[in-house]
Write a new protein. Structure first.
Ligand code: AMP
Length: 248
């Protein structure tokens, strides 16, 4: 399977509909991806999405899309969220949950989902459980990507993203075909503002304080699978598939 999913309903909100209806895979896969910022969740999400057809649902991508939505008015809550993101701080649970609730259709879509960057706190995880329970939708597994902090810093330093289609590259590990240019849409690649050293430190602290407790939360639910995140994207992906097969 190599499915390209339209994420407009997730990125732009409920007023936007998917241009291409999801191809329903034989099995609807629903996963949560955990791991410190820069560990490679976005890269793995793209590979998993191509393999399983599940949509890559990143809350960070929603905030980045709002920031670059030229001309379209953004709400004061979204503006505050974008400011916090710039500084590397977490957006409030209230704002994140409001944004996710508005996109409930993406969580219940029969194409499945790969949640990346949400939930990020225990209250967000509890709220997600409540939403999914009401819709009779189950998370199949929670994958935690594990990597030493110095390697994470190296990865973040080389990360470049496409501001238009959100594709993620790395200067040495996963370079674009033409330096500085997105393979998918020819846009000029950029370094995320929150990948600057001062914001990285704040993000790593936020992960340790607010997100790491989710490991125990999902361990208790017997959903957690650890995947070592060193090596090439393909190696990490192969480990991910092995971990998921062992869980099935
Ligand atoms: P990411 O792309 O997942 O690294 O997210 C980028 C930034 O968006 C984070 O550093 C936060 O400022 C914000 N953000 C994304 N998702 C969440 C969330 N679930 N809770 C709080 N803040 C979030």
């Amino acid at each position: 399977m190599n499915l390209q999913r339209d994420r407009s309903a997730w990125l732009q909100g409920p007023e936007s509909v998917c241009q291409t209806p999801p191809v329903h895979p034989a099995q609807c896969r629903r996963f949560v991806l955990l791991g410190a910022p820069g560990v490679g969740k976005g890269t793995q999400a793209a590979l998993l999405s191509a393999a399983f057809g599940a949509c890559h649902l990143s809350t960070g991508d929603i905030f980045r899309a709002a920031r670059t939505s030229d001309g379209r008015a953004i709400s004061p809550a979204m503006q505050a969220a974008v400011e916090r993101m710039r500084r590397g701080e977490l957006v409030s649970d209230e704002t994140v949950l409001q944004i996710v609730r508005e996109r409930l259709g993406c969580l219940t879509c029969r194409g499945g989902f790969l949640l990346d960057g949400f939930p990020r706190t225990v209250p967000q995880a509890a709220a997600l459980d409540g939403l999914l329970e009401r819709e009779n939708a189950m998370i199949e597994a929670v994958i935690s990507y594990d990597l030493a902090e110095d390697e994470i810093i190296t990865r973040i330093g080389g990360r470049r993203t496409c501001p238009v289609c959100n594709a993620v590259y790395h200067l040495t590990a996963h370079p674009p075909r033409v330096p500085g240019v997105c393979d998918g849409c020819d846009s000029a690649l950029v370094q995320r503002e929150d990948d600057r050293p001062e914001a990285i430190h704040i993000r790593q602290q936020a992960y340790l304080t607010s997100t790491a407790p989710l490991l125990a939360y999902y361990q208790e639910q017997r959903l957690l699978r650890h995947v070592p995140a060193h090596g090439t994207p393909e190696e990490v992906f192969a480990r991910t598939l092995t971990a998921l097969a062992a869980a099935a």
